[in-house]
Design a protein around this ligand. Structure first.
Ligand code: GTP
Ligand code: MG
Length: 249
């Protein structure tokens, strides 16, 4: 099995710093993980770059050649990558063993999500190649504003009749409501559905404090759970528990 984290979020939200801290954490617990730079505009790295998109295309070169600004250049890069990304990835992946765990440090510009379907197709490609993929979305806590998650594209939803309670989803409350309204034989199904809501963490944020090893460990365990990171790894981690106990957390 292969595993991947796709680290996304607005520019400057801390994606690369998160990748770097994750790398340090994994070195400490001696767990193998490879960080891939998917940002053609990246300049400095605080982690060892296992694969680097800039070998294929770099924003600086495109800006120079097309005499355009950084945002336009990034979109051009992404369009170019749409054709060549998969071959590059497949070739690079040949260097890795079967139980790869890759972390993709993505560019922050929102344009790549809206104008070019490259990231969506990239994820499909990973899944086809046997990767369990988890999107790790970073949101800067320093906005210091009340925060609203918007569920978009509601026009594409066929049945909106029961959506209200899911918009304010507290999974256990929903479960209680469903159990109350429905016949007892549906109890198991309801429970499974609610577990799905919880599992996809649609309305949850996991706080991350990079100064605390435990916090990184917790975030990583949540992501691993999400992509069912193997039993093997759990065994390895258990074996290392003693080492961890000796570290000051
Ligand atoms: N205090 C604090 N600063 C952080 C943290 N994470 C990131 N930063 C700072 O936030 C700034 C942006 O961090 P990056 O990791 O480069 O953000 P990014 O999301 O990779 O940015 P782009 O690649 O440009 O989209 C840097 O100055 C970091 O030092 C954190 O957990 N705590
Ligand atoms: Mg970055």
């Amino acid at each position: 099995m292969r595993y991947a984290q796709l680290v996304i979020g607005p520019a400057g939200s801390g994606k690369s710093t998160y990748c770097s801290s994750l790398n340090q954490h994994c070195e400490t617990i001696r767990r193998t993980m490879h960080i891939v730079n998917l940002d053609p505009a990246a300049e400095v790295f605080n982690y060892p770059v296992a694969m680097d998109i800039r070998e294929l295309v770099s924003v600086d070169v495109v800006m120079e050649e097309l005499k355009c600004g950084p945002n336009a250049a990034l979109i051009r890069c992404m369009e170019y990558l749409e054709d060549s990304l998969y071959n590059w990835l497949d070739e690079e992946l040949e260097n890795f063993t079967d139980d790869d765990y890759l972390v993709f440090d993505c560019p922050g510009q929102i344009e790549i999500f809206t104008h070019v379907p490259v990231l969506k197709n990239f994820v499909e490609h990973l899944k086809k190649n046997g990767f369990n993929v988890c999107a790790v979305y970073l949101l800067d806590s320093q906005l210091e504003l009340p925060h609203v998650n918007i569920l978009s594209k509601m026009d594409l939803l066929q049945d909106k009749s029961n959506i209200a309670e899911f918009l304010d989803a507290e999974p256990r409350t929903i479960l209680a409501g469903l159990d109350q309204r429905m016949a007892p034989q549906f109890a198991k199904l309801n429970k499974a559905l609610i577990e799905l809501v919880e599992q996809y963490s649609m309305v949850r944020f996991t706080p991350l404090d990079l100064r605390k090893e435990r916090s990184i460990q917790y975030v990583l365990s949540e992501i691993d759970k999400c992509i069912q990171f193997g039993e093997d790894a759990e065994v390895k981690i258990r074996e290392l528990d003693e080492d961890m106990d000796q570290l000051e957390l």
